[in-house]
Design a protein around this ligand. Sequence first.
Ligand code: IPE
Ligand code: IPE
Ligand code: MG
Length: 251
Amino acid sequence: MPFKKKKRKEKSLSYELDMNLIPKHIAIIMDGNGRWAKERNLPRTMGHRAGIETIREIVKECSRLGVKYLTLYAFSTENWKRPTDEVNALMKLLVEYLKNEFDELHSNNVVINSIGDISRLPLICQKELENAYARTNTNSGLVLNLALNYGGRDDITHAFKKMYKDLKFGNLMENDICEDTISKYLYTAGIPDPDIIIRPSGEQRLSNFLLWQCAYSEFWVSNIKWPEFKKEHLHQAISDYQNRDRRFGGI
Ligand code: IPE
Ligand code: IPE
Ligand code: MG
């Protein structure tokens, strides 16, 4: 079933969205799964599973609204510190998500992409991801960008190493290095910086997400935990974003 066509203005609860001002790139730190589960005396992995339902709803809604890029922070370079069982469950859920959702995502023209060093993920995850990129890379709808084994510092470190090689072999000249060049060496090359970063669950920190890219992103935090985050919360975030005055250092 195709997602519904967009109207110029939309009302959702009390949030009226200006369809001409939909953010081009929304980035979300999907947080609070564990606490959501704990409140219900459930194992943490049940929280992650419930979080997948939210991913389904938010991807669908972003696509319908005409958002061009949606970056979801799914696993950070620091999340390896978690118990092995939890890490394994998260990897398993990733494979399950890609397998179960692929047809619907593909039929809705979604491009599947990832940022981060996926070479550390289990082979089955890498295989499923490669398959998803290859089969959706000619789609022209929403780019679903999964941040996997992603860290902002690792992103910059990785870029430095690549840049060093290019300098060494004469493919890059010192004088050509500017901010845009650096952006092109990051995992997010070719993707505009996020307009808005959403963090549910009440934490007010970046946790090593998109450090270079968020220089002028608008922040939107909420106490809602990710499994309870609904499209109405997304609308609220977009509506607030549309009422912000982005000055980019000007007046
Ligand atoms: C976010 O939920 C999911 C991942 C980091 C993979 P958490 O697992 O961090 O949930 P809390 O913060 O413990 O509630
Ligand atoms: C950030 O959440 C990483 C992801 C959502 C994947 P964390 O739960 O890992 O962050 P901290 O530990 O609260 O900073
Ligand atoms: Mg957390």
